[in-house]
Design a protein around this ligand. Structure first.
Ligand code: HEC
Ligand code: HEC
Length: 202
């Protein structure tokens, strides 16, 4: 009987001490990265390499080798969107991406002054002071600007979804017209080119 009590106490103390060690982070389980993590890193490097070669062959003729848009011939990929493009979309609305947002974006949601403030905010990737009028955009683009599925796209960064949609539908905007590349790339190739474009973002 005595052994059982002593054994029990030892067990409880051992458990408590090990919990304490874990809580204080004295045991480093993550000292060695697990294999799946290493593969993940390799594959994102691989995506970047593949994406870059696709970009140089199919996209750089318009977007420039450096992705800066070739003196406004195409979108500058070092930022998600320039003020000029955002103001144009606010004033004129847009319905390029019918395959995924059939309703499009309606024109004239805000006043001209509000449009300027909100365009600055969006061009700056939603950093800095949030203008009051942003609430009218947030109903569709979400408070954080990352979009809502089937309602409106992510306007903070070039998401895989946006790049896939542009390649499928093409795009007509204030800068010019991008042709559709529908059926030209596999899903992984699209993910790769999106990964590369994100790497150009400031
Ligand atoms: C009713 C929902 C709705 C509201 C409200 C809305 N948007 Fe949009 N927005 C969309 C949709 C849908 C698209 C995709 C348009 C397309 O298919 O061409 C879009 C596209 C955009 C784009 C272009 C993205 C791209 O890659 O071409 C910008 C920038 C944008 N919206 C900014 C705003 C701002 C700023 C506001 C607030 C003044 C706003 N939106 C309000 C639905 C909305
Ligand atoms: C023939 C010229 C041309 C080619 C080739 C081209 N683009 Fe574009 N792209 C454009 C133009 C012009 C725009 C800007 C449209 C606008 O908003 O006025 C654009 C815009 C974009 C955008 C931004 C869309 C948005 O909603 O903000 C992305 C992403 C993009 N292109 C990706 C690509 C990729 C990836 C390739 C290569 C597979 C490519 N483009 C090839 C002309 C081209």
């Amino acid at each position: 009987m005595r052994y059982i009590i002593v054994g029990g106490i030892v067990l409880v103390v051992t458990l408590l001490v090990s919990k304490l060690f874990l809580a204080l982070n004295l045991v480093h389980f993550n000292k060695y990265p697990i294999a799946s993590k290493i593969e993940e890193d390799n594959s994102s490097k691989q995506l970047l390499t593949t994406g870059k070669s696709i970009y140089l062959v199919y996209c750089s003729s318009c977007h420039g080798k450096d992705g800066k848009g070739n003196n406004d011939k195409a979108q500058d990929h070092t930022q998600r969107m320039a003020v000029k493009s955002i103001i144009d979309i606010i004033n004129n609305g847009s319905n390029n991406f019918k395959s995924i947002y059939p309703q499009g974006m309606p024109a004239g949601l805000v006043t001209q002054t509000e449009a300027k403030e909100v365009a600055q905010y969006v061009a700056n990737s939603l950093k800095g002071d949030k203008p009051k009028a942003w609430e009218k955009c947030a109903t569709c683009h979400n408070e954080d600007g990352k979009g809502i599925p089937f309602i409106a796209p992510n306007i903070t960064t070039y998401s895989d979804e946006l790049v896939a949609t542009v390649l499928k539908n093409g795009k007509k905007g204030v800068i010019g017209t991008m042709p559709s590349f529908e059926g030209r790339f596999s899903e992984v190739q699209i993910q790769a080119v999106a990964t590369y474009i994100r790497s150009l973002e400031k």
